[in-house]
Design a protein around this ligand. Structure first.
Ligand code: FE2
Length: 377
C-alpha cells in the first residue's frame, strides 16, 4: 500500500462512505466494479485496509472476514464473484479453504480464488495453484495486486456473460422446439378433426380415442412418450374418410354392400394420404389408418389380416375405436350404454378383437370410464 499513488487520494463525504477516485490503472471496459469480492485474512487491520483500497478503486460490493471457520458460511450467503484469500490463518488454513471454495460452483464455474499471501516460497505458490487458485499474489496489496485482481474479475465477468448468452440461446432453441412441437400436435389434431367433422362436428371422438389409446398403450408397456405418440397417431385413424362422399358417409340406416365397399376404402385412402411420411408420428398413423378395421379372426378389411399379422398398434386402436363409436351418439344412431358396449367387447374378444387387447382394456377400466366421464360428450 506504500506504493499507492497520490492521485488515488480518497475523498471522504462522511465517516462511512468512500467515493470512487481516479485510479492510475486502465479503466476496465467491463462493469467489473459491481462484482462481489470476499476478502479473507485473519488480521482485522489487513482486511480493513484492503477493503478500503478496493472501495477507493471503485469496487462497490466488498465483504471481509477474519474468522476462517466462518468463511464457507459467507461464501454460501454472499455468493462472491471472487475470493481474496490469505493462506496463513489459525483454525481453518487457507489451503483447506481454497480447496473447499473451489468446490463451490456458482452459476457455471468454481468461484475464482486469488491467494494473497506473505509467503513467497515457490512450493507454496505451486500448492495453491494446484488446489485451484486462479492467481497468487504476494503481499503487500499494491497496484500490481490490484491489476491482477482486475484481470481475474474481468475473466470472471466475461465467463458469466458468455454463460448467460449460452443459456439465453439454449432457451430460445428450447422455445422454438416447443413451438414446432405444438404446431405439429395441433396440425395432427386438426387433420384428425377434419376427417371426423362431417359426422361428429365436436371432435370429441378424436380426443377420446387418443386418450383411450394412450391409456391402453401405457398398460401394454409403452413408456409415456411412446404411448402419447401412439395416442396422437390414433387421431388420424379415419383421415381417409375425407375421400368418402357425404351421401354414403352420412346415410341414415343400412348401407348397401356396394356402399359399404366404398366405406371400406377409407383405410386405403388414409394410408395413401399418410404414406411416405418422414416422422415416426405419421408413419405410425399410416399403419393405424390402414389396419384399424382388420379383425383378429381374419374377417376384417382391407387385407383380411389375421391375429398377430395385424400390427399391434392397430389391434389396440380397434378396441378403442369400436368402444367409442358404440358409446357415442351419431346422426344415424343412439349411444349405447357403457355396460352394453363392455359386453360386446367381451363377446368379440378372440373374434373381432385381440383377446390380450381386450384384457388390457378392462385392466384400464377405471381410466377408460374417467376419460368417458370427463369428456362430457
Ligand atoms: Fe375407421
Amino acid at each position: 500500500l506504500d506504493q499507492e499513488p497520490e492521485s488515488g487520494r480518497r475523498h471522504i463525504e462522511n465517516n462511512l462512505k468512500i467515493e470512487k477516485v481516479e485510479s492510475p490503472l486502465e479503466p476496465s471496459p467491463l462493469p467489473i466494479h459491481a462484482q462481489k469480492i470476499l476478502v479473507v485474512d485473519d488480521e482485522e487491520s489487513v482486511v480493513r485496509l484492503i477493503a478500503r483500497v478496493l472501495e477507493r478503486h471503485g469496487y462497490k460490493d466488498v465483504l471481509t472476514a477474519t474468522d476462517s471457520s466462518r468463511v464457507m458460511e459467507l461464501v454460501h450467503s454472499f455468493q462472491p464473484d471472487l475470493v481474496l484469500l490469505d493462506l496463513n490463518m489459525p483454525k481453518v488454513s487457507g489451503f483447506e479453504l481454497l480447496e473447499q471454495i473451489h468446490r463451490e460452483v456458482i452459476d457455471f464455474e468454481p468461484i475464482p480464488v486469488v491467494v494473497l499471501s506473505g509467503e513467497r516460497a515457490r512450493v507454496s505458490r505451486m500448492e495453491a495453484l494446484k488446489l485451484g487458485a486462479s492467481d497468487y499474489i504476494v503481499k503487500p496489496f499494491d497496484l500490481e495486486a490490484l491489476a491482477r485482481l482486475k484481470n481475474n474479475l474481468e475473466r470472471r465477468l466475461l465467463g458469466k456473460q458468455v454463460h448467460a448468452q449460452k443459456m439465453e440461446l439454449e432457451e430460445r432453441v428450447r422455445e422454438r422446439t416447443r413451438e414446432l412441437e405444438e404446431a405439429q400436435l395441433e396440425t395432427v389434431f386438426r387433420l384428425g378433426l377434419a376427417s371426423e367433422y362431417r359426422d361428429d362436428d365436436t371432435g370429441a371422438h378424436v380426443v377420446r380415442m387418443a386418450l383411450y389409446v394412450t391409456a391402453l398403450a401405457l398398460a401394454s408397456g409403452q413408456d409415456k412418450m411412446q404411448a402419447e405418440l401412439t395416442g396422437l397417431a390414433a387421431k388420424l385413424h379415419d383421415i381417409g374418410k375425407l375421400g368418402i362422399p357425404d351421401s354414403i358417409l352420412l346415410k341414415p340406416g343400412r348401407l348397401t354392400p356396394e356402399e359399404f365397399d366404398v366405406i371400406k376404402t377409407h383405410t386405403l385412402v388414409g394410408a395413401k394420404i399418410l404414406s411416405g411420411a418422414k416422422t415416426e408420428l405419421l408413419q405410425l398413423a399410416e399403419v393405424i389408418a390402414l389396419n384399424h378395421h382388420e379383425k383378429w379372426d381374419g374377417s376384417g378389411y382391407p387385407n383380411g389380416l389375421k391375429g398377430s399379422e395385424i400390427p399391434r398398434v392397430a389391434r389396440m386402436v380397434a378396441v378403442c375405436d369400436v368402444f367409442d363409436a358404440l358409446t357415442s351418439a351419431r346422426p344415424y344412431k343412439e349411444a349405447w350404454s357403457i355396460e352394453r358396449a363392455f359386453d360386446l367387447l367381451k363377446a368379440e374378444s378372440g373374434k373381432h378383437f385381440d383377446p390380450d387387447m381386450v384384457d388390457l382394456f378392462f385392466q384400464q377400466e377405471v381410466a377408460i370410464l374417467a376419460i368417458k366421464a370427463s369428456s362430457g360428450l
